[in-house]
Write a new protein. Structure first.
Length: 452
């Protein structure tokens, strides 16, 4: 029994050690919090504390502090970048996009700017679905708010027929109608991607069931006053019939008559133009001669190019950006003049690349740059400040030829709230890199003086 008690005591101590370790004070964070409390108007102190919070996954605290740092210095790229990373971690995509766009304007690290550009494209879809989920969660309040009388939402059309390879035409037809109806200055058309995201979220909430009521519900949630509903029906092997109608979101009643057009499959663009002009009439707006001529223009005359484009829309709606880009590029190869396919292909490729960009990818791009030195300093509990032409030059040199010496030199600038250490006996770069011959930080500034 005595031996048992002796064995239990070490075991209890061993179990208690992890708990004690978890309760150990975070000296680095405490240091930065004291620096911020001592000088709450110091951008450097706020930035360092915000980065420290982010590193500890305290994303809400990080966003708050970093936004305060941004207000003090709107041209500080590091604060904007980490505010964006924190907001994205919180799934606050609107705030993330705002911060990232700021970094594109003021950020100094080229590789990070490139990553952020592609990341922004990928975030667009996430933002749309987050907004749709939020709207559904607040549906009772939104339903009481009337939409702008000019706002129209064209819902995805339904397709019925024996040839399911034609089903993607329902997305393509809606896309064309949005472009054509938007020609009228009296109408405000909502973006196709936004509407599709709302329909998708409603479908998920209803276990995949969609019907006419879904369209009206989507219209209310996107704050439209009227929605366009439609259907494509395959009749025979080479014929299509398209029906469309305008429905008031407020009254749930159809406005005017059905618009219908039928023709052979190869005349799908003629069918679409007939539907567009018929809807313009039912919406009660007039077109100028120039607007009517613009509607008559066709983005492509190739059915196969348009079918490939429509397949691209389906893939993009499902988040398959690589497949979407290939479909758009196929449409472009069939018809080199298909401008919409080119634009969609570029966006899909950017979104595909953006999906591969993570927070870790972005942070790794800061290594060996002056901006990265501010992050490294924050991890050590130092609120570093970098000013003057030396910092700008260090960023430029680091972008072109990153080196350990660049990071060291960039990080040896001033600090706030810190006691300066005695000067080292060796060159600072040599001391930090562990070599007597570190790579030298070099750069060239060319000044051109023109003759008066």
């Amino acid at each position: 029994m005595r031996y048992a008690r002796l064995l239990v005591l070490p075991l209890l101590c061993a179990l208690a050690l992890p708990a004690l370790a978890q309760q150990a004070p975070d000296k680095t964070l405490d240091k930065l919090e004291r620096a911020k409390a001592a000088n709450p108007s110091s951008m450097a102190a706020l930035r360092a504390l915000g980065i420290a919070y982010y590193k500890r996954q305290r994303f809400a605290d990080a966003q708050t502090v970093l936004d305060a740092a941004r207000r003090l210095d709107p041209k500080d790229g590091v604060s904007a970048l980490y505010a964006g990373l924190a907001a994205e971690a919180l799934k606050d995509y609107t705030a993330a996009k705002d911060a990232y766009n700021t970094y594109l304007q003021v950020g100094k690290t080229r590789s990070v700017r490139n990553d952020i550009r592609t990341r922004l494209v990928a975030l667009s879809r996430a933002e749309l679905h987050a907004a749709a989920k939020s709207a559904i969660a607040n549906e009772a309040r939104i339903a009481q708010q009337a939409g702008d009388p000019r706002t129209v939402a064209v819902l995805p059309m339904t397709f019925s027929g024996t040839d399911q390879t034609l089903a993607p035409l329902s997305r393509g037809m809606s896309d064309l109608l949005i472009s054509d109806l938007a020609r009228s200055p009296d109408l405000q058309l909502l973006e196709r991607d936004r509407i599709q995201a709302m329909v998708d979220e409603i479908s998920l909430s209803q276990s995949g069931r969609t019907d006419a009521a879904t369209s009206l519900r989507a219209g209310k949630l996107v704050r439209a006053s009227r929605v366009v509903q439609g259907a494509i029906t395959q009749t025979g092997t080479r014929n299509l019939t398209v029906n469309a109608a305008v429905v008031s979101v407020v009254t749930s009643q159809q406005q005017g008559r059905d618009v219908q057009s039928s023709d052979v499959l190869d005349q799908i663009f003629t069918i679409e133009k007939n539907i567009a002009l018929g809807l313009i009439n039912e919406l009660g707006v007039r077109l100028s001669a120039a607007d009517r001529a613009a509607i008559e223009q066709r983005p492509t005359r190739s059915l196969q190019a348009f079918l490939a484009y429509s397949n691209g829309l389906v893939a993009e709606d499902e988040g398959r950006y690589g497949d979407a880009a290939r479909f758009y590029e196929q449409a472009r190869s069939i018809d080199p003049g298909f401008g919409a396919a080119l634009q969609r292909a570029q966006n899909a490729r950017s979104a595909q690349q953006g999906q591969q960009v993570t927070a870790a990818t972005v942070e790794s791009g800061l290594k060996n740059t002056a901006e990265g030195a501010a992050v490294t300093a924050a991890e050590r509990g130092v609120a570093a400040t970098s000013t003057g032409i030396g910092s700008t030059l260090a960023n430029a040199v680091g972008d072109i030829n990153p080196s350990a010496a660049n990071t060291v030199n960039a990080g040896t600038g001033g600090t706030t709230g810190q006691t300066q250490a005695p000067p080292p006996t060796r060159d600072p770069a040599a001391e930090k890199t562990g070599t007597d011959q570190p790579a030298t930080k070099t750069g060239q500034v060319t000044i051109v003086i023109r003759k008066p």
